[in-house]
Design a protein around this ligand. Structure first.
Ligand code: ADP
Length: 180
């Protein structure tokens, strides 16, 4: 499924983000930029040691990446040229700034893509795995944030994909995009 907002196409696909041939894929990382499970584990495994090396350099320089922010590394052995690592909020019930922090992940990732002159970017469903963010709520925030950027930003990637791993997540994003 896809929808276009001004110059940007938002596309939903079900699959494995490590296989996407876009300028950058986004990783749902942790604040220490130390490899975890889930999509982080899959991306690091497919990206290889160059990715881990660059994450280690960023950690040594600035201590990692705070929640809601993003950093960029090479894509290593991935088909994607770059990985943008962003740190989603851990769900704590919804009153601890989670919606704003989650929106910030998408904004900061897009800002890094634009800064690096990238045209296509693929996101996973940030925070809805181990970090426990309810997927229905997260899908709305993810898609509204990208739609608002597409409608208002001076520069914006022309393709923003969401690569959803499982049926339930894909369903939530499909509903949210249909209602956008
Ligand atoms: P977080 O810690 O931000 O919650 P997780 O990696 O635990 O991140 O989960 C985020 C989402 O990524 C979940 O929906 C999970 O099913 C999904 N996921 C796991 N592996 C992949 C993959 N290879 N490609 C795309 N999505 C994936």
């Amino acid at each position: 499924m896809q929808k276009k907002f001004r110059y940007t196409t938002i596309e939903l696909i079900q699959g494995d983000i490590t296989e996407e041939k876009v300028d950058a894929i986004v990783n749902a990382a942790n604040e220490k930029l130390i490899g975890g499970g889930g999509v982080d584990g899959a991306i690091r495994k497919a990206g290889g040691e160059e990715v881990t090396k660059e994450c280690d350099i960023i950690r040594a320089r600035q201590g990692g990446c705070p929640t809601g922010k993003a950093v960029i590394t090479t894509g290593g052995n991935l088909p994607a040229e770059y990985i943008i690592h962003t740190v989603g909020p851990v769900w704590q019930g919804g009153d601890a700034g989670e919606p704003e922090l989650l929106a910030s992940c998408y904004k900061e990732s897009i800002a890094l893509a634009v800064k690096n002159g990238l045209y296509s970017i693929a996101f996973p469903s940030i925070s809805t795995g181990v970090y426990g963010y309810p997927t229905e709520k997260a899908a709305k925030i993810a898609l509204q944030t990208i739609r608002d950027l597409a409608e208002n930003a001076d520069r914006m990637p022309t393709l923003v994909q969401f690569v959803l791993f499982d049926d339930a997540t894909f369903g939530c994003y499909t509903d949210a995009l249909s209602n956008l």
